[in-house]
Design a protein. Structure first.
Length: 144
């Protein structure tokens, strides 16, 4: 995690992680999270690989234990061919409540994009959850 605190606000960048693909694909999703005191949201940026060009335009976050799901439109940063696959870089903003629900889930949540479903193994999720809770606390303590 990288933290930048200035008089005008704070930014927390949680370094990239890889979430394994559990349905619909072969390769994991690389993603990172950025939070700021200037926005009441967390930005989730991810890279998705598909076998063919497709209309990847949203990302879903599903808490497996509760069944709660949030589907968000995704900003497509770019789409480009790489070998025999396509690489999509997407970004979406989760409001504070949705991020808190995602980040504090006891069981590893699922993320769906481009028809593929991704999830951390539980031990990896336990580590991520602690990092996200700390990032959220840093932002909350630096709000004016």
């Amino acid at each position: 995690m990288e933290v930048i605190v200035r008089p005008e606000g704070a930014v927390v960048f949680v370094k990239p992680k890889t979430m394994g693909c559990v349905r619909g694909g072969k390769k994991g999703m690389e993603y990172d999270v950025t939070m700021s005191t200037l926005a009441d949201s967390a930005f989730f940026t991810c890279t998705v690989l598909t076998d063919a060009p497709t209309g990847v335009d949203s990302v879903s976050f599903r808490c497996v234990a509760s069944g709660a799901e949030t589907r968000l439109p995704a900003e497509r940063l770019y789409a480009e061919p790489k070998g025999d696959r396509w690489v999509y870089r997407l970004r979406c903003g989760l409001d504070s409540a949705a991020f808190a629900s995602f980040a504090t889930s006891a069981s590893a949540p699922e993320v769906e994009a481009g028809g593929m479903v991704y999830r951390h193994k539980q031990a990896a999720w336990d580590d991520c959850r602690e990092i996200y809770k700390l990032a959220k606390e840093i932002i909350e303590r630096n709000k004016k």
